[in-house]
Unconditional design. Structure first.
Ligand code: FAD
Length: 274
């Protein structure tokens, strides 16, 4: 196993509802909390029973926040199926088997002045971790957060508390801008064209990431995407999470890359969207 990655049974500090179908899980895992960087993820066995065989596979979740002093890290998940239903029932004091920190991290391109975070649904949490880091390093940070409807809105308070200028969009207009998050950004860019030194960081559903990548291309902005593909082993062995890579980023050996090891963060223009 790669240096720096640990597998630990980690104590659940809390597991609480934060929005409809969305929960925030806090785990005590000092090594992971200390080592993890924004963009990385953990792979978790979603049941506390050590000998349970269902659900068999771990599930991947992005790191939302880490507090190395307390030895904890947090993630936010939406209940969508077997693994996340099982996770919802976990209570403080129980232990979960956690593998991490895994994958690549967001990076700062040379000349960066302003970062625009573009998050959709459960793609929002890793951008908060990154936004906080960028703020600490004195970059200008704006966030555009998109959800289907206001009941699904997550993390907006945390972004605002971190003094990140936050714009909310909902598909149904129940809060903030009515429409897709990319439309809200486009509207702002038409009023205030982005200045050199602006970069986009994108995480969310595939159609949103594809649209945000096109937007970055149209405005000639560098962009990074964090992909949340379905995943099997998360250790680079099963090839269950490969994506096609385009242009100068692809070589004969690198036409397909693994989200779990070469990702989840990729240059946006490198990804062949389907
Ligand atoms: C690097 C990475 C980071 C992630 N971070 C987060 C996070 O921070 N918070 C979060 O809530 N989720 C995150 N996900 C997605 C999360 O891993 C899946 O939602 C979870 O594995 C679903 O498990 P389940 O057993 O509950 O659902 P399953 O029973 O496996 O599936 C239920 C339904 O969800 C669909 N589904 C499952 N996984 C995905 C996926 N990856 N993309 C699209 N549809 C899927 C299935 O097709 C099915 O319709 C991340 C995924 C990756 C790869």
């Amino acid at each position: 196993m790669e240096m720096g990655i640990v597998q630990r049974r980690s104590r659940v500090v809390s597991n609480r509802a934060i929005a409809r179908d969305h929960f925030q899980l806090s785990l005590y895992a000092p090594e992971i909390s200390k080592k993890t960087r924004p963009g990385q993820f953990v792979h978790i066995r979603c049941t506390p029973e050590q000998d349970a065989t269902f659900p068999l596979l771990r599930r991947p979740f992005s790191i939302y926040d880490a507090d190395p002093k307390r030895g904890t890290f947090d993630l936010i998940y939406k209940v969508v199926g077997t693994g996340t239903e099982s996770l919802r029932d976990v209570v403080a004091g129980q232990e979960l088997d956690v593998l991490g920190p895994l994958g690549t991290q967001f990076t700062v391109p040379s000349g960066l002045k302003r970062a625009i975070l573009v998050g959709g649904g459960v793609g929002i949490p890793p951008l908060y971790f990154w936004g906080k880091d960028l703020k600490r390093r004195k970059f200008i940070v704006d966030a555009f957060l998109g959800v289907q409807t206001k009941d699904y809105l997550i993390c907006a308070d945390a972004f605002q508390k971190a003094k990140i200028t936050t714009h909310i969009s909902t598909d149904d207009g129940s809060v903030g801008f009515r429409g897709f998050v990319t439309e809200a950004i486009e509207q702002q860019f038409r009023r205030h064209p982005p200045t050199p030194g602006t970069a986009l960081y994108i995480c969310g559903p595939t159609p949103m990431m594809k649209a945000a990548t096109k937007l970055a291309e149209r405005w000639s902005l560098p962009a990074q995407v964090s992909l949340e593909e379905r995943m099997g082993c998360a250790m680079g062995v099963c090839m269950g999470c490969i994506v096609e890579i385009a242009g100068p980023h692809a070589t004969a050996h690198k036409k397909y890359q693994r989200v779990c090891t070469e990702g989840p963060v990729f240059p946006a223009e490198a990804v062949v969207w389907r």
